[in-house]
Design a protein around this ligand. Structure first.
Ligand code: TYD
Length: 217
């Protein structure tokens, strides 16, 4: 198949997106697609090293943003663009919307500077103009920050982001809502406070409506 697609998964920590990504990958494979499953920050050996630093080493907001974009550039060059060029479906756990939500709304980093950094990282100022990439579909797992915080407290030891107070995630959630309002065709809101089965059904329906899976009756 050569009808590649770039699908991203977004939401605050504890929204429960990760558990649905594998199931969607399986469904897409069963429908005949070749699927590349990847994540950000990460997805390449270099970007995974940067992920470790981002999640565990203390740093200021600018350093954090620079590392996020450095990881993204490597990931785009080495994994995402080649997979899309082969006509694959790329499922990516977080992408640039997370930067605007976490570093922008969450940390308070200037959004215009982030937009500039996005262009810089993805175009390389004329070096590689073909890396400016926006997802075809963004599945936004939306859940009240208080619910997400409860889910997280039962999980493993928190990283630098997960250990933030609920007010941080309230800002991040607002950041995602703003991004969704700015790109309503690209964003599909999944009500992630529903029971797991309903979330999965909603997810499938959205992907089927875009033509990548058969519609279920
Ligand atoms: P996450 O995707 O939640 O993975 P896991 O489920 O394994 O914890 O963790 C990645 C963290 O990185 C998450 O807290 C959000 C943060 N992040 C940013 O702050 N900016 C970004 O641009 C990206 C991609 C992630």
């Amino acid at each position: 198949m050569t009808n590649g697609a770039f699908i991203t998964f977004e939401g605050i920590d504890g929204a429960g997106k990760s558990s649905h990504i594998d199931a969607l990958a399986q469904a897409l494979r069963a429908a005949g697609h070749t699927v590349t499953l990847t994540r950000e920050p990460g997805g390449t050996p270099l970007a995974e090293k940067l992920r470790e630093m981002l999640l565990h080493d203390s740093m200021d907001a600018l350093t954090e943003a620079l590392l996020v974009f450095a990881a993204r550039r490597d990931h785009l060059r080495c994994v995402i663009e080649p997979a899309l060029a082969r006509g694959e479906v790329v499922l990516c756990d977080r992408f640039t919307d997370a930067t605007f939500a976490y570093q922008g709304a969450g940390r308070g980093f200037d959004l215009e500077v982030l937009s500039y950094m996005e262009r810089l990282a993805q175009t390389g100022v004329g070096l590689q103009p073909d890396l400016m990439r926006s997802p075809d579909l963004t599945l936004w797992f939306d859940v009240p920050p208080e619910v997400a915080a409860q889910r997280l407290s039962a999980a493993r030891a928190p990283d630098r982001f997960e250990s933030q107070p609920v007010e941080f995630f309230t800002r991040v959630a607002r950041g995602y809502a703003d991004r969704a309002a700015g790109a309503p065709q690209r964003f599909a809101r999944i009500d992630s406070s529903q029971p797991r089965e309903q979330v999965a059904a909603q997810l499938r329906a959205v992907v089927a409506a875009r033509g990548w899976l058969a519609q279920t009756p």
